[in-house]
Design a protein around this ligand. Structure first.
Ligand code: AGP
Length: 613
């Protein structure tokens, strides 16, 4: 999950590369480096272990200028995050450099073959062998850089987005994609290659999304796309509807806090143009699935990872309740290896914020190979998921930079609610009055979120009291059981506190053994059909000296007496309560992580988009 930027044009490439890498740091931040072809035609490299700011210190002490170059911020897969393992990597001559996102699975055998031909290696990475392999092809064949680059690709096993420049190929950047994303930016007499949109959005909104097995040769005249054999490929540019400011922090201390506060607008934008307050109609044309096809569906599978998988669990409740279709929810990393039972009567739905998660894409291809129509729910236009699925329901959350997913998650909940309503209506399973009741409540969610977000001082205060605990248990029931899982994931991934989510009814089957004064319990207790059950669970915890933070959506003196703290959210339709119940949990994890001095936007060992297995 590294970040790559390439630039050719009139600007100082170091400025463009460093700024681009700053917007990609969420993809990986173990080390960083740039390589620039200077005016004298030589390649200069600057690299640093650690964060981008460490590379900037190196550049300040030893500046470099030129007229084109490549940059990289790393999430270590092979070789520790040290300077010598940082990208870019050179060949033997030092005149050719490569940056890489992905994993070359057969790099050891390739390295042995190249060593036998006299190549010497300086790093422990898989990437370095690519630079030497290209050099070997150029030497063997006496060919140019693009030809040598294409000749190496079939030798590589694994996944990669690769970008390469050579002092022997002036004013040329070559790049290839197999797996991790690559996008080509089209500026005014300047061109860009990047791992993700935010890296180059401040320069251009016109982009070309590369697909697997495609190669691009970028020169000052522009990009030329070919396949691995060198045959020309026609590609169309897309205009990205995001404003560069949206990818900035906008005055917030962290992207995560900004994105928590952007949820009202993200929900509003995801609803926009898709619902009517007059008739039971849901507009989802981009699904590419007719009502007749929806009526043919006999079962569904929702496949995702992490937070997106939690959205899938909520989706199960909604779809089974509103459309009467049996739904199984599966981790993509499990589904893809299980020879899944999928046929033309199954509708697999893939939920992914980035649309580039390797396991999710692999699971999609498993289902397509079995003849199923596939549906994506995704936040990034042009991402692989949106290109490979039969249809996509877009979440319009805008760029989500913080590694911990927040606004994309609630937007996914809205998208899956719309799908459940559309499915239920197409199959005649939901009465018009209930349909309109849910739509009416959905319409009010953004304003209710704004009400919730207007004052988070109580949650910030609570974080002070709970920042030192080593373990947390989150409990929920029914449609809020997935929110217990999501709250636990939020806390663990940014504060590094161990946290588990559990169905509250499971307490007696094990977790209750954990309860004592050192184990805070966050209990999701909306005043729904299982509220009394949640009260009993809270009593069981209190009887064992546990500490309880309750989240509820109504007034209850009994709850106030039993719980140590009660967080209030506005009431809504019980099937929509996850949209509001999750917000205090996002804020609680944010403030606890902040108090613990954790890097909220770039938590250790994580990356925003897991494009490798
Ligand atoms: C969520 O906060 C995490 N960053 C992670 O679990 C994430 O949801 C998961 O990696 C899936 O990513 P995707 O939605 O881009 O596929």
């Amino acid at each position: 999950m590294c970040g790559i930027v390439g630039y050719i044009g009139p600007k100082n490439p170091v400025d463009v590369l460093v700024e681009g890498l700053r917007r990609l740091e969420y993809r990986g931040y173990d080390s960083a480096g740039v390589a620039v072809v200077e005016q004298n035609g030589e390649i200069s490299i600057r690299r640093a272990a650690g964060r981008l700011r460490d590379l900037e210190k190196v550049l300040a002490q030893s500046p470099v200028t030129g007229h084109y170059g490549v940059g990289h911020t790393r999430w270590a897969t092979h070789g520790r995050p040290t300077e010598e393992n940082a990208h870019p990597h050179r060949d033997s001559s030092g005149k050719l450099v490569v940056v890489h996102n992905g994993i070359i699975e057969n790099y050891v055998e390739l390295k042995r073959e190249l060593e036998a031909k006299g190549h010497e290696f300086k790093s422990d990475t898989d990437t370095e062998i690519v630079a030497h392999a290209i050099e070997q092809e150029m030497t063997n064949r006496g060919c140019d850089l693009p030809t040598a680059f294409r000749a190496v690709l079939p030798q590589l096993r694994g996944i990669y987005s690769l970008v390469c420049i050579s002092a022997d190929a002036p004013n040329t950047i070559v790049a290839a994609r197999l797996g991790p994303p690559l996008v080509v930016g089209l500026g005014q007499d300047e061109y860009f290659v990047a791992s993700d949109i935010p890296a180059i959005l401040m320069h251009t909104k016109d982009m070309v999304f590369m697909e697997d097995h495609e190669v691009v040769i970028v020169t000052p005249e522009g990009p030329r796309f070919v396949d691995v054999e060198g045959n020309a490929i026609e590609k169309k540019a897309e205009r990205i509807p995001w404003d560069p400011i949206m990818a900035e922090k906008g005055g917030y201390k962290h992207f995560m806090l900004k994105e928590i506060h952007e949820q009202p607008r993200a929900v509003r934008d995801t609803l926009l143009g898709r619902v009517s307050l007059e008739s039971p109609t849901i507009y989802l044309e981009e699904m590419n699935l007719s009502d007749e096809q929806l009526r043919q569906v006999e079962r569904m599978a929702i496949i995702a990872c992490g937070t997106s998988w939690h959205a899938g669990l909520v989706g199960k409740f909604l779809i089974e309740r509103l459309a009467g279709v049996p739904v199984e929810v599966d981790y993509a990393s499990e589904f893809r290896y299980r020879q899944p039972l999928v046929d033309a009567k199954t509708l697999p739905v893939y939920i992914s914020q980035s649309g580039e998660t390797a396991d999710t894409l692999a699971a999609l291809r498993e289902a397509k190979a079995r003849g199923a129509n596939t549906l994506g729910i995704c936040n990034v236009q042009g991402s692989m998921l949106t290109r490979e699925a039969t249809g996509t329901i877009y979440t319009h959350a805008g760029p989500e930079i913080g590694v911990a997913s927040t606004k994309a998650f609630t937007s996914q909940l809205v998208a899956i609610t719309l799908l459940a309503l559309r499915l239920g209506h197409a199959r005649g399973k939901i009465a018009d009055d209930e349909f309109m009741e849910i739509v009416k409540h959905l319409y009010h969610i953004p304003a209710q979120m704004e009400q919730l977000l207007a004052d988070d001082s109580e949650i910030e205060q609570l974080a002070h009291s709970f920042q030192h605990y080593a373990d947390f248990l989150y409990l929920g029931r029914g449609v809020n059981y997935p929110i217990a899982l999501e709250g636990a994931l939020k806390l663990k991934e940014i504060s590094y506190i161990h946290a588990e989510g559990y169905p509250a009814g499971e307490m007696k089957h094990g977790p209750i053994a954990l309860i004592d004064e050192k184990m805070p319990v966050v209990a999701l207790a909306p005043q729904d059909g299982v509220f009394e059950k949640m009260l009993s669970n809270i009593e069981e915890v209190k009887a064992r000296s546990g500490v309880v933070i309750a989240v509820t959506d109504g007034e209850s003196e009994e709850l106030k007496e039993k719980a140590d703290a009660v967080l209030q959210v506005p009431p809504t339709h019980e099937l929509l309560s996850p949209l509001l119940m999750v917000v205090p949990l996002q804020l609680l994890s944010y403030y606890i992580a902040l108090l613990r001095g954790c890097d909220v936007d770039q938590p250790r060992n994580l990356a925003k988009s897991v494009t490798v297995e």
